[in-house]
Ligand binder design. Structure first.
Ligand code: KG4
Ligand code: ZN
Length: 348
């Protein structure tokens, strides 16, 4: 029996989870979106201060919910990158302190590996697959041959898909984070009303900044717009849009993103000759993306797997799950290992 306690503080979510033999005993998340919303994005210093405020409370609650004691934990894990340095430091310091204090192993986990393995949560083995990791910071397709054996196939050359959702939501005057807001407004909207670009169709890589700019120009042109063209560095709000137009803009934008993600992931899986496609990361909680990817997989003859929505956005259960794979392989980390804001996804 092994109990893992993991912390995830790579950005603005403070999360702590306890896993016993792959079963979640506790999974706590304190969202800071209200604190950051007024700034229109995450402010690093505000995030780390809030991690310090939330972590002790979440730790106590996780221990209580799991009905264990800290000395029962077999290994302490934390996200060590990529992410905001001042945020990563908080979770890693707490996990290291606990590991040292209780004489237990410390496991430094790559946030991307946490997302990448999350579709296998609760399953006994990691099968070879092509994985689309699609979040606020990353958009990449990865060939996963086994735990620790990763080859990046394609990645974004500019914005991540989640970043595009967040930036377009801001232009539309919607709340942060933008993905769930755009998904909500897109429901019932006409995804073909506005013709938005699908960038880099012949590349394995992704690009979403052109799409974002196209939405900006579209908003400036829409009838009844109270404003003239707004300079690129100036945020537009779209209170002037009627409900139907707002829905159609959101649906058309969301469809443009989904088309690109689905097409490139299927192509990557064909080239890599795998049988399974997985999707993870915050954007993969989008119901339309999940449905379209599943349909496309069915048509193209691939099996499909994605994590349940609460495991798609940042959480510590996925970090604990990745840590459980390391614990089985006895690949521990040194407490001297530093956090790395630019940590790459590499094979070990
Ligand atoms: O994985 P995540 O929680 O954090 C990062 O590692 O970046 O992903 C957050 C991103 C945000 O950009 C957010 O807008 C997006 O995921 N997101 C969504 C949805 N829920 C979250 N995007 C589209 N549809 C959603 N339902
Ligand atoms: Zn993430």
């Amino acid at each position: 029996m092994s109990i893992i306690l993991a912390l995830e503080t790579s950005c603005d979510e403070t999360a702590i989870a306890i896993l016993r033999d792959g079963v979640v005993l506790a999974s706590e998340i304190a969202s800071q979106s209200v604190e950051h919303e007024k700034f229109g994005g995450v402010v690093p210093e505000v995030a780390s201060r809030n991690h310090l405020i939330h972590a002790p409370r979440l730790l106590e609650k996780a221990i209580r919910d799991a009905t264990i004691e800290l000395r029962d934990v077999n290994a302490f894990a934390a996200t060590s990158g990529p992410g905001l340095a001042s945020s990563l430091m908080i979770g890693a310091s707490i996990a290291k302190g606990l590991a040292i204090g209780f004489h237990k192993p410390y496991l430094a986990i790559n946030h991307l590996e946490g997302h990448l393995l999350s579709p296998f949560f609760g399953s006994p083995e990691i099968l070879p697959n092509v994985s689309l990791v699609v979040s606020g910071g990353h958009t990449m397709t990865v060939l996963v041959r086994a735990v620790g054996d990763y080859r990046i196939i394609g990645r974004t050359v500019d914005d991540a898909a989640g970043e595009a959702f967040d930036k377009v939501a801001k232009m539309l005057g919607l709340r942060y984070p933008g993905g769930p807001e755009i998904e909500r407004h897109a429901r019932g909207g006409n995804p073909t009303r506005f013709d938005l670009p699908r960038s880099m169709p012949d590349s394995e890589n992704f690009s979403f900044s052109g799409l974002k700019t196209a939405v900006r120009y579209l908003l400036a042109k829409l009838p009844n717009s109270k404003r003239e063209y707004a300079p690129a560095n100036q945020d537009m709000t779209a209170e002037f849009l009627d409900n139907a137009t707002m829905s159609d803009v959101c649906a058309s934008f969301q469809q443009a993103i989904i088309d690109v993600l689905v097409t490139k992931t299927i192509a990557a899986a064909r080239n890599a000759k795998v049988q399974l496609i997985t999707v993870s990361g915050g954007v993969s909680s989008n119901a339309a993306l999940r449905a379209e990817m599943e349909n496309a997989c069915q048509r193209a003859g691939f099996a499909f797997r994605c994590a349940e929505p609460r495991l798609c956005t940042d959480n510590a259960a996925m970090i604990a799950f990745a840590a459980s794979q390391r614990l089985s392989a006895k690949t521990f980390s040194s407490v001297k290992e530093e956090i790395d804001p630019n940590l790459a996804l590499v094979s070990n």
